[in-house]
Ligand binder design. Structure first.
Ligand code: ZN
Length: 227
């Protein structure tokens, strides 16, 4: 009996022992496997990937957000080994921005985002509108950033609201939603980094974002608190 003709129950059983990378390879073997392994609706598919995640990527404690399937989540958090937009493969130059569902280099980030300053000074976007948008907090590598695509859509949606009271209610609702999501996204980024980078690499990345770039490379025998 070849693997292709395995009954579904047996295939599912086999899958429960496989790491995400093998599941991904298996899904590209044939259409039948793809159907079984790539369905975003099937509870069985979700269970297969969830089992694999818990077994082989235990650092991903959080389940995927509601609008993401297990396999999309694992693809982004575990399997993706290069910038989503270019061919950069050096993981030191890549960062997970779960807020924007992006794992990319700073150059590709810059092409898709717009700074708070530009939005206020050049686009003349009111500050309270910015508060109801998901953004990346400023650090040594970049200023506070907004995703261009999201910004344009939000400005358009906002322009359709006529009454001032409706505008205020809309802003209030969105602002609350954004502030609730912020710590959740931060947690996703942390869990991703825990799997992708070892302890020393995580410290190096932290120093960079804390404006410690002059201290590079990481100096031994100094604790984080010494800085
Ligand atoms: Zn890139």
């Amino acid at each position: 009996m070849t693997a292709i003709t395995l009954p579904s129950e047996l295939l599912i059983e086999v899958c429960s022992y496989l790491p995400p990378s093998d599941l991904y390879s298996l899904s590209s073997v044939c259409k039948r496997y793809r159907t079984i392994l790539w369905s975003s609706k099937s509870a069985t598919t979700q269970a297969i990937w969830r089992t694999s995640r818990r077994k082989f990527a235990p650092y991903l404690i959080s389940p995927p957000p509601n609008d993401m399937s297990e396999q999309q989540y694992i693809w982004m958090m575990v399997l993706l080994q290069k910038c989503m937009f270019c061919d950069e493969t050096d993981k030191k130059k890549l960062t997970m921005y779960f807020e924007f569902r992006m794992y990319c280099c700073i150059r590709c980030l810059a092409q898709r985002t717009i700074s708070k300053d530009t939005l206020i000074k050049e686009w003349e976007v009111p500050t309270d509108l910015l508060e109801c948008m998901q953004s990346l907090s400023p650090n040594a590598l970049h200023p506070q950033l907004f995703l261009m695509k999201q910004m344009k859509r939000t400005l358009y949606d906002f322009s359709l609201i006529r009454k001032d009271e409706d505008k205020m209610a809309w802003i209030k609702e969105r602002r609350e939603k954004v502030s609730k999501l912020q710590p959740i996204f931060r947690e996703y980024n942390t869990q991703h980094d825990n799997g992708k980078y070892n302890y020393k690499e995580r410290l190096e990345r932290l120093f960079r974002t804390l404006n410690m770039s002059t201290e590079y490379p990481y100096r031994r025998n100094m604790s984080f608190l010494d800085y």
